[in-house]
Design a protein around this ligand. Structure first.
Ligand code: HEC
Ligand code: HEC
Length: 298
């Protein structure tokens, strides 16, 4: 399932890149006798995923899509640029910069014990989620003007996405945001487009969940928690005193379309060590239907 999804997402991305590359190339062709003439062929393709590449044709793909198509190993290679100042392994020492183990999902400018953050970063507020990390790594000074991180930033969206995936793999493992449908010329409708769920069908599928869950307002907790109003709530939040596993409690984040979809695909993958002994629903449409049903129970 994941592999197939990645393949489809990969080809969709490839299609988009080729299409952008061609339009960018032709823009260069028409500018050829102006001063912007490219020094070497290949420049336009290189520039495709960079923001604000000249010609204006190169819109960057959404972060969620770059993450979905990204690669932890490539991110580790990008991290070589960070190693002069950062360790990333568990228990690693702070250096010029703080240790980054488990940074994804943590509060900005507070995570590394004993590290003296700049006032600007410490006072920034918010958490290091995928979007804030992406912004930070694009241009640290734009994110926090007085930051001590003297690093120009990573101009390529792909590099940022890959290094964020690498950081996420080290002690965080937050679920990735759902990719957006990218209009790629000639490409088949993106398989990544959100499926529209049908709450009535979802209610029928919910029969599978009833052995362990009630879903009506005021319903009792059973083997699993009552699920009334769970959509939009914190993962393993307060459900009438239900005792969640540490695995789910430690997960963080909220139940939205993306997190519920991942959870219902494979609870054990979403939160290793979860008490929900349910194999998952392999059919994406069925998951969307159940999610629509849960959404309606508010
Ligand atoms: C020249 C040294 C240097 C380099 C290179 C560098 N950083 Fe940093 N980094 C710092 C410093 C210093 C801070 C603390 C900034 C502050 O307090 O304003 C920091 C902070 C951070 C934070 C915030 C951590 C927290 O606890 O809130 C992240 C995330 C981060 N860096 C990631 C990276 C990544 C990823 C790279 C490579 C792409 C990188 N850094 C390259 C020095 C560096
Ligand atoms: C065999 C029993 C069982 C079945 C079947 C089951 N669940 Fe669960 N569910 C649990 C348990 C136990 C938990 C608590 C997991 C934990 O703490 O790790 C849970 C947790 C959840 C949560 C998280 C609630 C929260 O507040 O964070 C959701 C959402 C959920 N289940 C939905 C479903 C849906 C939808 C189905 C059917 C498609 C289903 N479950 C089938 C036992 C079950």
């Amino acid at each position: 399932m994941d592999d197939r999804f990645n393949t489809i997402a990969g080809w969709t991305l490839f299609g988009g890149i080729v299409a952008l590359g061609l339009s960018s190339l032709s823009a260069h062709y028409f500018l050829a006798d102006k001063e912007h003439r490219p020094e070497k062929m290949g420049y336009a393709i290189e520039g495709v995923v960079e923001e604000g590449a000249e010609g204006g044709a190169a819109a960057e793909l959404p972060l969620a899509n770059l993450l979905a198509a990204g690669d932890v190993a490539k991110g580790e290679a990008v991290f070589a640029k960070c190693k002069a100042c950062h360790t990333a392994e568990q228990g690693g020492a702070n250096g010029i910069g703080p240790n980054l183990y488990g940074i994804v999902g943590k509060p900005v400018g507070k995570h590394a014990a004993g590290f003296a953050y700049s006032a600007d970063l410490a006072g920034h507020g918010g958490n290091w989620d995928f979007a804030t990390l992406n912004e930070w790594l694009k241009n640290p000074k734009a994110f926090a003007a007085g930051t001590k991180m003297s690093f120009a930033g990573l101009p390529k969206g792909e590099d940022r996405a890959n290094v964020i995936l690498y950081l996420n793999s080290l002690g965080s493992n937050l679920p990735l945001p759902a990719p957006e449908a990218v209009p790629a010329a000639g490409a088949a409708p993106a398989a990544t487009a959100a499926l529209v769920g049908d709450a009535a069908k979802g209610e029928a599928i919910f029969a599978k969940c009833k052995a362990c869950h009630t879903v009506d307002q005021g319903g009792a907790n059973g083997i699993g928690p009552n699920l009334f109003g769970v959509y939009g709530e914190a993962v393993a939040g307060d459900r009438g005193g239900y005792a969640f596993s540490d695995a789910l409690k430690g997960h963080g984040g909220n139940w939205d379309d993306a997190t519920l979809d991942q959870w219902l695909t494979s609870p054990a993958k979403f939160a290793q060590g979860t008490k929900m002994t349910f194999a998952g629903i392999s059919d994406a449409q069925q998951r969307a239907d159940v999610i629509a049903y849960l959404k309606s129970k508010k």
